[in-house]
Structures are given as C-alpha cells and as structure tokens.
Design a binder for this molecule. Structure first.
Ligand code: FIX
Ligand code: ZN
Length: 467
C-alpha cells in the first residue's frame, strides 16, 4: 500500500483517528512522511490537520483518475442528426451552420424584433452574422448553446474573444471535410455515431436506394415518425413505393408495413428503430400511432432483436414562425411507457424524456423493467444544471445501467463541445460517488473506474442492444 501523502513510498505506519460523527478513519504513511508530519498524540489538532491533508490528497488523486477515465473512454454517441459523408450536404459542418443551430436561432429572437419572415429570407451567412452580433458581441455568451460555440472555436484553435466573425471564418476555411470529420471525432473522443435515418426524407432516401460504401463510424437508426404520427399522409407514399397498404390497418396493411420496415432495416442495417412523441402519447390506445406500434413495430423489433427508441415530450411547432426552433415541450404520462414495458417483455425500449418533471419517474420505471434503457439529457434538459441533477439521480437509482448522454449534434463541430461539457459533468458526479463509496469503505481501483466509464459512455448501450 502506498503512502497516503506522498503516494510514492510503501506505507508502514497505520494511524487511526476517531472523527466525531463520522466514525474511525485510518490512514497510512511511509516512514519519512510519518516522521515529518505524523501525530505525536492521536487526539491533537495537528492530527486533524493531517487527516484533512490526507483526505484532500486522496480526493485530488481520485478526481484525476476519474477524469482520465471519463475523458479517455471512447464514446458511442447513440443519437445525433449527423450523416455519413456519403450523404453530401446533409452532413452539416462549419462556422455558419454552427451559428445557425436552431438552439441559437431561438435565443437570438430574445434580442431582435425583426420579423420571422425577414430572418428566414436572409442567407445562412447573414443569419450567422446577426446571431454572432446579438449573442456574442452585444451580450456575453453565457447560455449553454452559446458557450458550446466558444468551447468549439477554442478547441479548433480560434480565439473566440477576438469577436471578429470574418477572421474566424477565414481561419477555419482551410479544413477539408474528410480531415475535419476525423479531427472532430478525435477531439470529442467519439468512436461511433448513430445517425437519424428517415426513409421519408426526400434528400436522404435516394442515397440509400443508390447505395454507397459505408463509413464504419456512422451507424444507422431507422426513424419512423411519419409512419406513426401521420399515417393518413404516409399510406399513399408507401403505396407509391410498391407496398400494398390500405388506409385502414387491416392484417394485409400491417403485413405490408412490416415488409417496408424489414426492407429498410436491412438496407440501412439499423441499430434500432426510433420515434419522437408528443406529451400526449398514450398506450394502449385506439389511435393509429399506438395501433401501429403494437401491430407492426414491436413484432418487427422482436423479429430483428432491435430496440425501439422512444423520445417523449416534444410539442412540435409550438411557435411555427421559428421553424425548427419553434418546437416546445411538455410533461408526459409515463404510464404509457410502463404499459409497453410490462406488456412486451421481449421488446427492448431505449427511452429519453424531455420534461425535467418526468425524470425521476422514468428512473423508477427502469428499476422495474430491465427491458428499459434510459439515455441522454435531451434538448432542453441538456443544460449543465439539469444534466448534473439527472446524472446524479440516475446513477443513484440505477447504478451504471444507463447511458447518461447522447449529443443530438446536428452540426459535426458540435461533437467537440457537447462531449467536452457532458464528460466534465459525468466525471464530477462519478468523483462524488466514488468518494462517498470510499468513505463507506470501498475504494474503487483505477481499472474498475475505467471499466465503469466505458460502460456509461457506450458499453452499456451496446450490451443492451446485444441482449
Ligand atoms: O426529435 C429529435 O430527434 C430531436 O432531437 C430534434 O427534433 C430536435 O430538433 C433537436 O435537435 C434536439 O436537440
Ligand atoms: Zn434528435
């Protein structure tokens, strides 16, 4: 055992101290440290000072160890809106895309009275100029989305404080996409990325149908919102593509929907199927969404052994003028999810919910149902204050059997800040947990800490998918 103070020499002196209200503490010193700092009287004040010093050193060693483990564990980013580079312009990257992220569009309208129509008529570069001026020059960029831009620029070697967007554009203009992808992934420590792949997207579908050589870092997830949320509009499209569906959900229609799901699951090699749902989502229910889930989606997921991801709580187009920035949120009734988990134990559910008020109940549900894996601090919950609270609550209730974060990145560059910020909070919470554990008499070894970090950053998700 190494000396608690210098952490270099073998500890040969074991000192006990009774700390009022906190039980007996033991610490271990080598001969030179004990001679220099060791107690003469086990109840003296200097003894308490020594205990504090030992505890501080233990804590900073633990923090360094945990940070190393969390920052070096490879991430499997299980939900993003990024694309394999074969999709060309669908993969967004670069400073103007970074600044026109819909989180920042929502924020700029807090400071301008320009009409929405006028804003949308501006070019992307003009929108970026306005956002830069209002959110970074005229105000300090303290919001999480703004700070994200600062972290990213800093890590790309630009000084964001120079406040000169033209100079920033110039200094980033030499990047080539191929190198930039590798650079962002490596800066973020991301090994794999789940895309969001919609057969209903007219720009995306032809690329899949043509076929292309896959980049192994980009994993597909089959997104089926139009199928579940707008059946009346989607049925004619399926017919157009050769699937013999009626408008009703007859057994033949269901078989054809399953053929569609099978074709696309195979075509894109989907890791899971996914949908985002309103706060009103109910299950069981007579509406098309619940009927389609029950009759088509869940049997399909069982057949392929794939999880079904539900992202619950979004109110689309709460303010339509803001376009994508106009989506809102609401609390949902999680008994729908409880019913799904209980009635379909052979299905696996990956779930994130948008309302802070739903997070505790979601954790408790995951304690009841092992076919439920919780992931991410989604969208409006992805702010440090809430991320910290959710991460702590999840680990306290579920141990390491959660995936605390996904990036939801829409612009490649965002991987850098989203993972830097998230890892910092995950590490902070883990330090607190391991310190408390050590205080109770269990000191996690470096190997155990590394194992746990890998589990949280993607290992647990992979295991859940493989079950
Ligand atoms: O439904 C989703 O996948 C959401 O994440 C998006 O629709 C949303 O616009 C977003 O980017 C949130 O971070
Ligand atoms: Zn998303």
């Amino acid at each position: 055992m190494l000396c608690d103070l210098c952490h270099r020499n073998e500890a040969r002196r074991h000192i006990y101290l009774f700390e009022h209200g906190r039980g007996r503490k033991t610490f271990h010193l080598c001969d030179p440290c004990a001679d220099a700092k060791g107690p003469e009287d086990s109840r003296s004040d200097s003894n308490l000072d020594l205990l504090r010093e030992v505890q501080e050193r233990r804590h900073s060693r633990l923090a360094a160890r945990v940070n190393r483990a969390v920052f070096s564990a490879p991430v499997f980013d299980i939900h993003t809106h990024l694309y394999d580079p074969a999709f060309g312009e669908l993969l967004l990257w670069g400073i103007d895309d970074l600044l026109t992220y819909h989180y920042l569009v929502a924020e700029v309208f807090r400071y301008v009275d320009m009409s929405y129509e006028k804003f949308w008529q501006l070019t992307k570069a003009q929108q970026a100029d306005l956002i830069w001026k209002k959110l970074f020059v005229e105000h300090s960029p303290v919001s999480e989305a703004c700070r994200g831009v600062v972290t990213t620029l800093q890590s790309l070697g630009c000084d964001p404080k120079q406040k000169n967007l033209a100079a920033i554009r110039k200094s980033l203009s030499n990047w080539k996409l191929k190198n930039f992808i590798s650079h962002c992934l490596s800066e973020a420590g991301v090994a794999k990325i789940c895309m969001t792949n919609s057969p209903f997207d007219d720009l995306e579908r032809p690329v899949w149908l043509r076929g292309f050589k896959r980049d192994a870092r980009f994993v597909a997830a089959l997104r089926i919102d139009p199928l579940l949320l707008a059946w009346n509009d989607t049925a004619p499209r399926l017919r157009e593509w050769g699937y013999e569906v009626g408008s009703d959900l007859s057994p033949k229609t269901i078989r054809e929907i399953q053929r569609f799901l099978r074709d696309w699951t195979r075509r894109i090699q989907a890791k899971y199927l996914m949908v985002s749902l309103t706060p009103q989502f109910a299950f069981p229910d007579a509406g098309a969404c619940a009927q389609l889930i029950e009759k088509a989606v869940l049997p399909h997921c069982r057949e392929f052994g794939l999880p079904f991801a539900l992202m619950i709580g979004v109110r689309r187009a709460q303010n339509p003028g803001l376009q994508m920035a106009g989506d809102g949120m609401g609390r949902c009734d999680l008994s729908a999810l409880a019913n799904l988990c209980a009635q379909y134990p052979d299905n696996k559910f990956l779930v994130t919910v948008l309302a802070r008020e739903n997070q505790h109940e979601l954790c408790v549900l995951a304690r009841k149902f092992r076919n439920l894996h919780i992931f991410g601090c989604w969208w409006f919950t992805n702010v440090p204050y809430v991320v910290e609270e959710m991460t702590r609550m999840r680990i306290e209730l579920l141990g390491l059997s959660v995936t605390p974060q996904h990036s939801d990145a829409r612009i490649l560059d965002q991987l850098i800040y989203k993972w830097q910020h998230s890892r910092r909070i995950i590490a902070e919470v883990l330090v607190e947990k391991y310190a408390a554990l050590a205080e109770s008499g269990w000191e996690a070894t470096p190997a155990e800490i590394e194992r746990d970090a890998r589990e949280l950053l993607g290992g647990g998700f992979e295991r859940f998918c493989a079950q």
